[in-house]
Design a protein around this ligand. Structure first.
Ligand code: URA
Ligand code: SF4
Length: 268
């Protein structure tokens, strides 16, 4: 990443904190022993380790969870425009009743990086695009700091941004499990079609729902997980809305972003 962009994000992060810690505290960067309690067969892979390889023998597995018994699982079309159209008309869960419109996702369909959030908020519901509110502005800055943008058409700088549910939960409540499971075939198909080299799950809800676990974010952050049929590597980091509320965590977010950048470079 180049200097100006980097320092822009560092400024934005109020990165004095980062510099102070980084200077004297090598331990802060050492691999932490994080037990991924509750996450099926998840194991750690951290900085300095091999690039994310998909489907290596014995790799940690996080399988897509089947929908609740009896629930009709939506059939997600296998082509991008069909998938987009199916999401637009979807009524597979109760969120369809309160949405203004669905929020499919934004970015390059062949992006090597996929970012997955929780669900549309009021701004996203109104505009039909993920992360366009205040948290979205911060997400854009975070992505810019590693040389990426949602409008980028060169794959090596591109990103695709989506959410675990495509419709806004009313009153900005967390999406419920049945809603996430109803919507999962769309997300799984998006992942299958984008074929990202790395997925970044933003925040506790996205990470827990994606990985089907109750493990707290503090523990989920750190290990590299693998998701779905292609065993796509998944990193968990803080949600930008959380960073706006808890600026103390921004230094750790910057560490995560640098790791994302390294993993993508190493797997290019
Ligand atoms: N927060 C999310 O998780 N997703 C969005 O699209 C917007 C805010
Ligand atoms: Fe369909 Fe997903 Fe919207 Fe529910 S959240 S109605 S499953 S698109």
């Amino acid at each position: 990443m180049d200097g100006p962009r980097r320092s822009h994000y560092l400024n934005l992060l109020g990165i004095d904190t980062y510099r102070r810690r980084a200077a004297g505290d090598a331990a802060a960067h050492a691999p932490q022993a994080v037990a991924a309690t509750g996450v099926p067969r998840a194991a750690a892979a951290r900085q300095g380790e091999p690039a994310p390889a998909s489907a290596a023998a014995g790799a940690p597995v996080v399988a897509a969870v089947a929908a609740a018994p009896g629930a009709a699982r939506v059939q997600a079309p296998a082509d991008w425009s069909g998938l987009r159209a199916a999401v637009q008309d979807c009524r597979a869960c109760k969120l369809c009743a309160t949405r203004t419109q669905t929020v499919f996702g934004v970015g390059l369909q062949s992006a090597p990086l996929m970012v997955i959030g929780e669900g549309p908020g009021a701004d996203e519901d109104a505009q039909g695009e993920p992360f366009v509110g205040r948290a979205g502005k911060l997400l854009d800055e975070m992505l810019a700091s590693i040389g990426r943008a949602r409008t980028e058409t060169r794959p090596e700088h591109a990103v695709f941004i989506a959410n675990v549910v495509k419709c806004r939960p009313p009153g900005n409540r967390d999406p419920e499990s049945d809603e996430v499971e109803a919507c999962r075939p769309y997300l799984d198909r998006q992942i299958e079609l984008v074929e990202p080299r790395l997925i970044v799950a933003l925040g506790r809800i996205a990470a827990q729902r994606l990985l089907s676990t109750d493990t707290p974010l503090s523990k989920l952050r750190g290990p590299l997980y693998h998701y779905g049929a292609a065993q796509t590597p998944v990193l968990v980091t803080y949600h930008p809305a959380y960073l706006l509320r808890s600026p103390r965590e921004k230094a750790k977010s910057w560490e995560d972003l640098k790791r994302v950048h390294r993993l993508l470079r190493a797997s290019a």
